[in-house]
Design a protein around this ligand. Structure first.
Ligand code: UTP
Length: 294
């Protein structure tokens, strides 16, 4: 049995420029889908996958995330006094015991690879997960849990993947596949944001990774890649061959909530999945679908 995946890194140091002006004074990861912030969905997914320690890589203006994952004594007291039981349950979010949740700061947002490298001392020499909260996954079995099962089968690196339209390969990290068994694709290469004519496949990596600690050897070289940023894809590509590396076509649906359209779609999909909101939201959607928008 390979070493257990106990730790998860949440890089939340990005600027979130696609959501300005909202992100001028609040972290993108605190944007709510229906009524829950993106980061809460991601943390709950990690805990459901057996993660025991959480590491946030934060940046300027991200203090709200720290406050969110703490007790809120005043609010709890006021809600209790007013008999607001449902609201009390709503703020009952996962608060890990002290020492199992840590924060480190990425002083300059130099890219996702750099953000993950900032967590190297906290991760140490063991396999770990990375979750990008702006990729929200709706699934019966949490996406990271599905990935942990693959890691336990293979003992190697695992990334979650989805097929994207050929013309969209230049937005994502794309796999070069050695063999494809449907659910699992064995990886022989990967490239960040290739032009469609150069893309080795249409399998794109989403914001869920299980990686072996050797990734830090490559990230520490701080090589700048696509977009002038330190990309995690470039370091992952260099690990191929030294340990198994697979892409998992997970069961479930991914919403790219770093983008306005994906964020809007996630709100509709998650609201429609809620028994208390479904009928009203369906009515609103139907109403807009029926009207001609100028
Ligand atoms: P994005 O590529 O979505 O960048 O980062 P961003 O800055 O958050 O958003 P835009 O593109 O300006 O709108 C993907 C993930 O990596 C984190 C982000 O917080 C997000 O979770 N990230 C990115 C960092 O933690 N540090 C970085 O330097 C870059």
């Amino acid at each position: 049995m390979p070493q257990k995946v106990r730790k998860a890194v949440f890089p939340v140091g990005g600027l979130g420029t696609r959501f300005l002006p909202a992100t001028k004074a609040m972290p993108k990861e605190m944007l709510p889908v229906v009524d829950k912030p993106l980061i809460q969905y991601a943390v709950e997914e990690a805990l459901a996958a057996g993660i025991e320690e959480i590491i946030f890589v934060t940046g300027r203006g991200k203090a709200a995330i720290e406050d969110f994952f703490d007790h809120s004594f005043e609010l709890r007291q006021v809600l209790g006094e007013r008999g607001k039981d449902a609201e009390l349950r709503a703020i009952d979010i996962p608060v890990l015991e002290p020492g199992r949740i840590t924060y480190t700061r990425q002083q300059h947002p130099m890219g996702l690879g750099h953000a993950v490298w900032c967590a190297r001392e906290l991760v140490g020499n063991e396999p770990f997960a990375i979750l990008l909260a702006d990729d929200l996954v709706m699934a019966d079995e949490p996406c990271l849990k599905q990935m942990v099962s693959v890691y336990e089968e293979t003992g190697g690196n695992v990334v979650a993947v989805v097929d994207v339209p050929h013309e969209h390969t230049n937005r994502y990290g794309i796999l070069d596949v050695a063999s494809d068994q449907g659910r699992l694709a064995e990886v022989r290469g990967m490239v960040e944001k290739p032009d469609p004519e150069d893309a080795p496949s249409t399998l794109s990596i989403i914001g869920r990774y299980i990686l072996l600690p050797e990734i830090f050897d490559y990230l520490s070289e701080k090589k700048v890649g696509s977009g002038g940023e330190i990309q995690i894809t470039d370091s992952m590509a260099r690990m191929i061959g030294s340990a198994p590396f697979h892409g998992l076509r997970f069961q479930g649906r991914r919403f790219d909530c770093g983008d306005k359209i994906g964020f809007f779609e996630a709100n509709v999909a998650f609201a429609l999945a809620r028994s208390d909101l479904k009928d009203q939201i369906q009515g609103v959607v139907n109403q807009y679908a029926a009207s001609t928008v100028e």
